[in-house]
Every structure is written in structure tokens, then in C-alpha cells.
Design a protein around this ligand. Sequence first.
Ligand code: 1GP
Length: 246
Amino acid sequence: MINIYNQILKSKANKEKLLAILLDPDKVDLNQVEILIEKTNQSPATHIFIGGSLVQNNIIDELILRIRQVSPFGGRGALPIVLFPGNPAQISNEADAILFLSLISGRNPDFLIEHQIQAVPILKKTNLEIISTGYILIESGTETAVERVSKTTPLARNNPEYILQTAQAGELLGNKLIYLEAGSGAKKAVSKEIIQLVSQNIDIPLIVGGGIVDLQGIQNAYDAGADLVVIGTAFENDLNFFNQNR
Ligand code: 1GP
């Protein structure tokens, strides 16, 4: 079995940028999975992330099985499938790995540690690769679903030093990844300045997502130092997002 985290480290060392397409099981129509995966395979995506703030039911298993079913080489050609869960109900043994998130920008104990404790008995029954991730929500113009659901305040955009300190605390606590999140459908993506400051001052790989709506936005995040960029809404809204000249 491939070790997804080691692959991410290797890509970072080789300066190869990574791209995850985020599928929200609440929004994916199972009858559309075939075209979705066809478009994903034609895109530069290196990973599929699955999750959402609200998803509660077991359609995640079904979605992943369907993805494997329609992927090349009897499913072996599927991109690595990584859970990006909003709550412990979103754990599926059908995925390859899970971002074991702690919302370290927030001060809600449920999202800092309680959900993780609840997830342990479920995780122990799976073969998922568990990747500890410091998740940092950054102010992005309007209230986002993750803000609403987690009942936490995002970090102020105009205080990059505090954002950096939060990321560094996550690294010192042993997180293997830092995720700078503007929130799905955010008005403003995480700024270049913030990405640059954080990426230059942590050693672990950096994920950036939320509110990136064009290819230039992806490139900007890479140029600023993001190792992996996450695209959700833009691809959801336009499956040809990656084949257009923008
Ligand atoms: C959300 O970072 C991801 O958690 C992706 O956000 O839907 O805005 O691309 P978008």
C-alpha cells in the first residue's frame, strides 16, 4: 500500500506541487460519478479529498466504492482518496487515508480534541493512514460553513504573525501537515502574504484551500509556497474548470 504522507513529503522535497479535488458527498450525485472521475483524471489533480462540514450519513462509503468502480484498471487507477472529515461520522474504511484534523485556530474544545477522541474507536477498526493535520481557519470576507458549524472565529487576515505562530504551534505539537483554510466558497482566498510567511517558517507540508476560483489562484498559492492546493466549489460548478484557458 502506498504511504500517502511519504509521497507528499517526497513531492515537497522535489518541489512538485500537488492538487486535491474536494468532493462533498452532500453535493455529489452518485449517477454523475463516472463523468466526475473522468474529468478528475483529465485534470492535474493528484488526490481526491472527500468531506464537508455537514455530511452525516453513510453515503461516503457508497461514493468511494463508486469512484473505485469507475476508475481505470479495476479501481487501481484511482487517485489516492483522502478523507477530510467535518465530524467523526464521516470516517470510511474505503478511503486510503484521513486528515486527522484539529481546528487549532478555534477555541471550541469539540473541534480541538473531543471529536478526535470520539473518532478513535472508529479509526482503530480501519486500515486508514492517519495524517495528523493542524487546521487553521482564516477570515475570508463572509461567514463560511466551517465557521458556522464549528462555532469558532477565524483568525484575522491582518495578523499574519499570529497565523504563523498558530501554524508553528501545530508543527511543534507534532502535526504532520498544516492546512490554511479560507472556507469552502470563501469570498477571499488565503492571501499570498500569509501563505508565504507560513510556508517559509514551517518545515512540514502546507495545504491551502477555500475560495480559489481560477487557475491563476492555484498558481498564486503555489508561487507563495503552498505544497498542496484544494479545489472544491470551482470544480463542482464547472467540471471543465481545468481545461479552460483563464
Ligand atoms: C474547503 O478548502 C476547501 O474546505 C475548498 O474550498 O470549495 O472554496 O474550493 P472551495
